[in-house]
Design a protein. Structure first.
Length: 226
């Protein structure tokens, strides 16, 4: 009797084992899907002036390329705009440079959970797709209306109004849907690092070389591209 019992198939144990394996497989698949979703850059902003690989929004057609990595919540970025924008815009106007805007989001933590940095960067892509000619006026107007850190930032409606005043077409749906949020998140990881391995804003490169800003547009930009 005991020998017979020893040979009896323990179906309960088998089904428990199968169930455990199934749960492990489901959990594994779920983890993969979650990780993929987290790394998914989402839809890219398709426009002639947007490089969907680098995230650059290009203004002008000059031979030298000045790239700026900016966060609309960043107070130092506003200072950069105030000091350097006139020079950069003049260099664009006389076809000396191509100016690249890289809108990124490193200061979402400073907007009380509203993700203002991401929302405003998304809005710049929306403007670039809809109305390329409005990109520079929109950037300037966003800094002129920059909210202070640790505040909720501008609402979507306020950003839409700024875009409209800057000459953008119908960007309301793109902004409120936050169409390019995931793309912004992915591009934020591409900010060039400094010698200490830190990435921040504003970061500026001239023909691919990261430069240290001194506050002197002539020395920092003009002398490098002339």
């Amino acid at each position: 009797m005991m020998a017979t019992a020893g040979r009896r198939t323990n179906w309960f144990a088998i089904w428990v084992s199968v169930a455990v394996v199934a749960v492990v497989v489901v959990v594994g698949v779920a983890v993969v899907l979650i990780n993929n979703a987290a790394s998914d850059p989402g839809p890219a902003p398709e426009a002639a002036i947007v490089n969907t690989e680098t995230g650059a929004i290009s203004v002008g057609e000059g031979p030298d390329v000045v790239a700026t990595y900016i966060d609309f919540m960043c107070p130092v970025c506003r200072q950069f705009e105030e000091v350097y924008a006139e020079t950069l815009n003049d260099l664009v106007a006389d076809a000396s440079i191509t100016l690249e805007y890289h809108p990124v989001a490193i200061l979402d933590r400073a907007s009380q959970g509203t993700q203002f940095s991401t929302r405003s960067a998304n809005a710049l892509y929306c403007v670039a797709v809809t109305s390329p000619e409005a990109v520079t006026p929109f950037v300037s107007a966003m800094y002129a209306n920059q909210p202070a850190e640790t505040t909720p930032g501008l609402t979507d409606e306020e950003i839409i109004a700024i875009a409209t005043d800057a000459g953008a077409g119908d960007v309301a749906a793109c902004i409120t849907e936050r169409r390019y949020d995931a793309f912004v998140t992915a591009q934020t990881t591409t900010i060039p690092e400094d010698a200490q391995g830190r990435a921040g804003t504003p970061t500026v490169t001239v023909n691919g070389e990261r430069i240290d800003l001194t506050g002197d547009p002539q020395a920092d930009i003009v002398d490098r591209v002339s």
